[in-house]
Design a protein around this ligand. Structure first.
Ligand code: ZN
Ligand code: ZN
Length: 261
């Protein structure tokens, strides 16, 4: 199983997870045109996608998902709450295949088993996901205002982990955001800061971890260096071993079976 990012941050998020001929898109916060162009950089075409998972209704995750799904006839999986909140984006034609998931129940899409889990975030029913091919486990967590025991249990023992490092607390405090936006981003239903991400990481069994990528970094309230610093201290690895999912390029393919160099 391998995975890559098409881009990550408040201007758009999208990942792809691949096992054999099964390719799942996780969120699609870019326009159809932009998504097709970014897929091409990874050597993929949209009609090779087996499904699209949508974590929640915010534009940076859902904006292009339904148009892409309709254009290329790709089924979509999402929680009931996300479905309700994205109803206005849904095409009038009833051809789109929408699958409502229970945010605690594992399901399979061809060769990939997907386990959703609920997270605290200011959306109706936000779910994040872990993926397995039966052998390797990939965990993804972004858009979470904090950790929970259930999150820690779910992310335990991953081979690969993509973890939100949205902001540095002091940069957010001193940064350009309005008081109310600072409250929102830094609040219980906002985004995970570097220190909280590091604390969460420290709670996990990381003995199998071969990839760690910091994601959803704020352009104004964080730097790649601060995120790398926070996470590498927990693992006692070099800062450069921690990857960064950038807004512009995401990150290139990573293989769950092969330790990142
Ligand atoms: Zn987001
Ligand atoms: Zn969000």
């Amino acid at each position: 199983m391998r995975f890559a990012s098409l881009g990550s941050g408040s201007a758009g998020n999208c990942m792809v997870v691949e096992q054999a001929s099964t390719r799942l898109l996780l969120d699609c916060g870019f326009s159809v045109k932009e998504t097709v162009a970014r897929l091409a950089k990874l050597g993929l075409e949209a009609d090779q996608l087996s499904g699209i998972l949508v974590t929640h209704e915010h534009d940076d995750h859902a904006k292009g998902a339904f148009k892409l799904a309709e254009r290329f006839n790709i089924p979509v999986w999402l929680s009931h709450g996300t479905r309700v909140m994205t109803a206005r984006h849904l095409p009038k034609a009833p051809t789109l295949q929408l699958n409502t998931i229970d945010s605690h129940t594992t399901f399979s899409i061809n060769d990939i088993q997907v386990t959703p889990y609920p997270v605290p975030h200011d959306a109706r029913e936000p779910t994040q996901f872990i993926f397995t091919d039966g052998q390797y486990k990939l965990g993804v967590l972004t858009d979470a205002g904090g950790s929970t025991p259930h999150i820690e249990q779910t992310l335990n023992g991953c081979d690969a982990l993509v973890l939100e490092c949205n902001h540095d607390l002091s940069m957010l405090e001193q940064g350009p955001y309005s008081y109310s936006l600072k409250k929102r981003v830094g609040g219980h239903l906002g985004h995970l800061d570097n220190a909280s991400a590091a604390n969460l990481l420290a709670q996990l069994d990381n003995s199998k971890l071969k990839h760690l990528v910091a994601a959803h970094l704020s352009a104004k309230n964080n730097t790649a260096e601060l995120a790398k610093q926070a996470l590498s201290q927990v693992l006692r690895c070099s800062e450069d071993w921690v990857g960064i999912a950038t807004q512009e390029d995401g990150f290139d393919w990573r293989d769950c079976a092969v330790e990142s160099s």
